[in-house]
Every structure is written in structure tokens, then in C-alpha cells.
Design a protein around this ligand. Structure first.
Ligand code: HEM
Length: 192
């Protein structure tokens, strides 16, 4: 997988858990104490090492993998990718617009890189704001995908209901703000 993912993970760990946590991870991964992915953004990193780096990092820091995915998703969408790939966000104002562009973005970013095989997305619109999305990747990182959608919500300040149907399908319902019926459901749950 492209080193850009690893460098964003490095920044995420430093941002949420401090420099020492990153040093522990690099030592634990056998990368050496002062290791950084900063100069390896365009490199191809071994697939197993890539996915294992997330798992190993969560273990070393002592958090659930899902928390690390959420932190990564937020950092990627709010800070890292707007800084590194700002052009893709030009004129974009919502999670819905960003998700709609995802397939093209991944194809464009990686189409000149011989060994990249980015995730692909197939869109099946059920209504104007309801999308059944097929995540096509052998890496089986749909949970990371979901965390990235949450990151887009943070970036655009809107709200998307995310329903995981399987390891390859999610149902997304886009809202610009939290819908009334969800607030009411929450109030009912608190009363019960
Ligand atoms: C400007 C925005 C973005 C750019 C430039 C970008 C680029 C990339 C690149 C280069 C990779 C590595 C692919 C490879 O090595 O073959 C990747 C992986 C991935 N991206 Fe993005 N991405 C962006 C936004 C997003 C967003 C918003 C989501 C989800 C909502 C997303 C979902 C994923 C997932 C799940 C992977 C992991 C690889 C896999 O599942 O196969 N990306 N992206």
C-alpha cells in the first residue's frame, strides 16, 4: 500500500498519543527508533506490513483498533488529505459530494503508479440522499472506510447515517444536520 497511508498513520499517532507513542510503535515494528514515513509517501509498502502496522500500533498504544481507525479517519479527512491532495476538495461542500467522487479520486491518484491497486467503489443510489455503496478491495478494510466517512462528516460538519450491511456493502444516508427522528430516538432511548 502507498506510503502516504503510513505517513498519515504516523501523524495520527503523534497527534493523539504523542511522539513517545510513535517511537514505541517504530521500535515494536522493528523499524528503528527515529524512523519516519515522511520521505516514503510515494513508496510501495508491503501489504502485510501495512495492515499489521495498524493492528500493532493499536496494541502498543493500548486502544481498540476501531478507535485508531476513527482517529486516522478524522486526521486524514480534516487535516492530512486537504493539505496533501487539496485539489480534490476544491468546490466540495459535503460528505455526499466527497463520497460521490471517491472512485474517481482513487483511480486518478494511483493510475500512474504501477503497483497501486486502490479500493474501487460502485454506486447504487436508492434515493436522492440514500446510497448503497459497494466497497471493492481485497484488503477487507471496510471498517477503515466507515471511519473515513465519519472523518468526512467532521470535515464538512454534516451527518451521515452509516449502516454496515456486509464486509463489502454499506448503506449511507446523507444529512446536512442530525435529523429530527434520530434526536427523538435518542431521547426515547434515554427515557427507557
Ligand atoms: C483526497 C482524498 C483521498 C485520496 C487522495 C486518497 C488516496 C488513497 C490512496 C493513495 C490509497 C492507497 C491505495 C494503494 O496503495 O493502492 C488509499 C487507500 C484507501 N482509501 Fe483513500 N483517498 C482519499 C480519500 C478517501 C476517503 C474519504 C475514503 C473513505 C470515505 C477513502 C477510502 C480508502 C480506503 C478504505 C483505503 C484503504 C485501501 C483499501 O481498502 O484497499 N479514501 N486512498
Amino acid at each position: 500500500m502507498k506510503g502516504t497511508i503510513h505517513y498519515c498513520l504516523e501523524e495520527t499517532i503523534i497527534k493523539y498519543h504523542g511522539e513517545d507513542a510513535w517511537t514505541q510503535v517504530t521500535k515494536g515494528a522493528g523499524l528503528g527508533e527515529d524512523f519516519s514515513y515522511g520521505t516514503k509517501i510515494r513508496d510501495d509498502i508491503d501489504e502485510v506490513q501495512s495492515i499489521e502496522l495498524f493492528v500493532l500500533s493499536a496494541n502498543i498504544i493500548g486502544i481498540e483498533l476501531s478507535q485508531l481507525f476513527d482517529e486516522f479517519g478524522e486526521h486524514w479527512c480534516v487535516e492530512y488529505s486537504p493539505k496533501v491532495y487539496g485539489v480534490f476538495y476544491r468546490g466540495m461542500n459535503s460528505t455526499k459530494e466527497a463520497v460521490t467522487k471517491l472512485d474517481r479520486v482513487h483511480e486518478t491518484v494511483t493510475n500512474h503508479i504501477p503497483n497501486a491497486y486502490p479500493p474501487r467503489f460502485v454506486y447504487n443510489w436508492k434515493a436522492d440522499n440514500v446510497l448503497e455503496l459497494f466497497y471493492k478491495s481485497d484488503r477487507n478494510l471496510i471498517d477503515l472506510f466507515i471511519s473515513l466517512v465519519k472523518g468526512l462528516n467532521k470535515k464538512f460538519g454534516d451527518y451521515t447515517e452509516i449502516e454496515k450491511k456486509s464486509e463489502h456493502i454499506v448503506l449511507l444516508t446523507f444529512h446536512q444536520e442530525v435529523p429530527e427522528y434520530l434526536i427523538e430516538n435518542q431521547l426515547q432511548a434515554q427515557k427507557a
